[in-house]
Every structure is written in C-alpha cells, then in structure tokens.
Design a protein around this ligand. Structure first.
Ligand SMILES: Nc1nc2c(ncn2[C@@H]2O[C@H](COP(=O)(O)OP(=O)(O)OP(=O)(O)O)[C@@H](O)[C@H]2O)c(=O)[nH]1
Length: 412
C-alpha cells in the first residue's frame, strides 16, 4: 500500500505541481483547497505526511498547521511569506520543515524532503549524550523526521548500542561525558566502521574553538555547536545520510552484474578470497562450482540476443530462489559461479545436482519464448590459497562435463 500524502493548497497550479511531485515519488495524493476540506479528509484518512500552505482562504495566518500537527501528521509548511514573523510563527510548531515558495528550487527541495521521509523509517540514529534533556530533545527532533532512534548516556553505552543495533547509520555524540567522551568514542568507532559506512556527527557546547577540528581529526564526518537551530541540524543530518546512500549505491553498482543484478566477477573474487583466508586458517572445507548454459550461442542464434538476455535473467532469478545462503555470481557471458561456505561437500553436490535437474525441467518457464536449456556444472572442494586456482579446478571439471555430453555435474 502506498503512503498517503495530503496537500493543503488553495492555488490550483501550485497544488498540481505538488501533486505531480508526490505521485512521481509513489505517494497516494489527496488535495484539499481549504482548511475545511482538509479537516474532512483527515477525519476519513490516515496520512503519512502533509504539505500545508501557510495562507488559505479560511486559514489566513497558518491556522491549518495545528490541525495536521494535532492529527500527528508530519507536516511540511510551504509559504509565500518570507518575513521573520511568519518564520517564527511557523517554527513554533513541531513541523518537519518549512519551504518558501520563492523559486523552482523550492520544489526540488520539497521533492527531496518527501523522498527522504519514507526512507527515514529504515534509518536508525544513535544519540549519545549524558544529559537526559538533550537526549530527549534530539529524539523528538529525529522522531519528527521518522527516524528510528537509539540512545546512550556515554561512549561505552554508545559502543554497546552499535553492537546491539546493526542498522545504525549515524551517531550523534556529545563530547563531555563520564566514562568515555565523544572524541574517544569517535576514534573507537573508526577502528570498526569506515566513514563511508557510518557517519559520526559531533556536538558540543564547549567554548573550546578547536573542538570541531578535534572531532573531525578523530574521524567525525561533521560537527555542530550547541545550541543549534533544528533547521541546521536537519540539513546536516540529511546531507550526511544522502552521502552514505550515494556511496552505498555506487558500491552496489560496482559489485553487481548490470543484466541479472547478481554479484559480479569482481565481487565474487573479493568476497570468496576473504572467506578463503578465514577457512584456510580454520582448516574448514569449501565448495566452489562453475556453471555454464549448454549451447547458449544456439539460443542467441535461433531466438535473438534479447531472448538470450531473458534466459540469463530468468536463470539468475532461479539461482536466487534456490541458493539463498550461497554466494552466486555471474562471472560473464553465460557463465556463473557458486561458493558454499557452510555446507558439507556432499550437501553442496546434492544441491547442485537437484538444481541441474530442476533447470532441465523448468527452464521453459524462465523466458517469454519458453526456451528449454540445460546446464553443465564443474564442482570442487579443493582448498587452495587463491580463488583463481580453485576456479581453474572447477573449470577443468566443467570442461569434462561439456566433453561428456553436457547437462551433467562433474565433481572431484
Ligand atoms: N544474449 C546474450 N548473449 C551473450 C551475453 N554474453 C555472452 N553471450 C553469448 O554467449 C554465447 C556463448 O557461446 P559459446 O561460448 O560458444 O558457448 P555455448 O554456445 O554455450 O556452447 P557450450 O558452452 O559449449 O555448450 C556467445 O554467442 C556470446 O555472444 C549476454 O550478455 N547476452
């Protein structure tokens, strides 16, 4: 079910633009052209958030704001008035944000905010501060933007919370705290997490004008002096989260195969090598298999390249369903590899044999052209120090599988 967005705006053209933005993001949008209409809609619907005009025919001075706030709807105020009295009136309410309708940039900003709010439901922020009042204040600010929150009253508790919640993306930490201060906490965090995985924002009310440099030199991504304005707090927080998201997206793209979305060759080599080093230390077995579609060239020749792509995508989905615990990658072309870290050799071989049989049976359901195909598989459990050496052994078995007529699993 899409989230519901309420727009309260009497200017029809502006309402149309806002609705377009909301629909583009994926909201189910209702528009009210007056406060009276909005009240009726709020009575009958559950809104995820609202965009509220400051001046309405039946609410000329921001009177609509307390209605959405009172109904617990996260509220973004849009206003054409930019005087400081209006701003002060607006900011007296616990709103998500206010945006002045000065130019096109305002609508880009609205779009950014509307995109962020649903995402924030999955982002956890850790607040570390020895003052209960500050912890509560920050928790309220964060809840207003839909973030999940964890709290700690010193650095030691902060580290424990990081262990307890693996979804923490940002740590906001005070410096002056008993047991462990914020700067020590930051440097300890950096021993475990890079600043591309977890952002740290230092906050302090100290007069020491070198505090921000101290935080940053110890690995913080950002710094805010207390007291800070909520607007600045939100802007810096969302900028840090956007940066983490952008890095995660780039990483995912660099590690995935564009056609099938499976991990690619580079990712497979890196993560198997890492796992291999661990297994060699612990003398634990591994299983690695190379899998190749039989006569794939003929599929391309007979049905066309797009149909060939369709087969590759269908097979990749089948891999994902069948091997949720193993690492499956597309090495290139019609060649795939699987790495089993936690299965006995017999179990892994059996799973591969079952998979070969299932593909022979069900492959026509994978593609629009109902193309039947089979797989040849080479599998090994020879533990060597390098991935490419193990792949070479699996590849030799794969060659034997092809030579022996295809549609077969050959193991050592
Ligand atoms: N549609 C499609 N075809 C691809 C892609 N990458 C490689 N191919 C084709 O995959 C085919 C692989 O052919 P071959 O290496 O001769 O192997 P084969 O026909 O499967 O024969 P055997 O492996 O001996 O059973 C070639 O025709 C490539 O052009 C891709 O991303 N999409």
């Amino acid at each position: 079910m899409p989230h519901k967005l309420l727009i309260i705006e009497d200017n029809q053209s502006i309402a149309k633009v806002q609705k377009h933005i909301g629909v583009k993001i994926g909201f189910d949008v209702d528009v009210a052209y007056s406060l009276a209409e909005a009240i009726t809609l709020i009575e009958h619907n559950n809104y995820f958030c609202a965009v509220v005009d400051y001046v309405l025919p039946d609410a000329p001075a921001g009177e609509a704001i307390p209605f959405t706030i009172g109904a617990d709807i996260p509220t973004i105020v849009m206003t054409g008035k930019i005087d400081s009295q209006t701003r002060d009136t607006v900011l007296r309410y616990p709103i998500v944000d206010y945006i002045t309708k000065e130019n096109r940039q305002a609508y880009h900003y609205l779009e950014t905010q509307l995109r962020r709010l649903p995402k924030n439901e999955h982002v956890r922020i850790l607040v570390v501060d020895d003052s209960a009042a500050t912890r509560n204040h920050l928790t309220n600010l964060l809840n207003r933007h839909n973030y999940l929150v964890a709290v700690a009253k010193d650095g030691i508790e902060g580290l424990a919370q990081l262990e307890a919640y693996t979804d923490i993306k940002v740590v906001i930490t005070d410096n002056e705290m008993p047991n462990m201060d914020g700067i020590t906490l930051t440097s300890k965090i950096r021993q475990e997490y890079s600043n591309e995985d977890l952002a740290v924002i230092g906050i302090s009310s100290t007069k020491d004008n070198q505090m921000s440099a101290k935080f940053l030199k110890n690995g913080a991504n950002d710094y805010l002096s207390k007291p800070f304005h909520p607007e600045e707090f939100y802007c810096r927080l969302s900028q840090n989260i956007e940066m983490l998201d952008a890095i995660a997206t780039i990483r995912l793209q660099a590690n995935s195969d564009y056609l099938t979305n499976l991990p690619n060759r580079r990712y497979f080599f890196e993560s198997v090598q890492e796992q291999l080093t661990k297994n060699l230390e612990q003398q634990q077995g591994i299983t690695l298999a190379m899998i190749d579609i039989d006569h794939f060239k003929a599929i391309n020749d007979n049905y066309g390249h797009d149909a060939g792509d369709d087969v590759l995508k269908g097979l990749a989905d089948f891999f994902k369903q069948h091997f949720p615990e193993a690492l499956v990658a597309r090495l290139g072309g019609e060649e795939f590899a699987i790495f089993f870290a936690n299965h006995t050799y017999q179990e892994a071989q059996q799973q591969l044999e079952n998979f070969r049989i299932e593909v022979d049976k069900h492959s026509p359901t994978f593609s629009q052209d109902n193309i039947h195909f089979t797989l040849s598989v080479g599998v090994t459990h020879q533990l060597k120090t390098r991935v490419d050496e193990i792949l070479k052994v699996a590849d030799l078995h794969l060659y034997t599988a092809k030579e022996s007529g295809r549609n077969i699993v050959i193991a050592d």
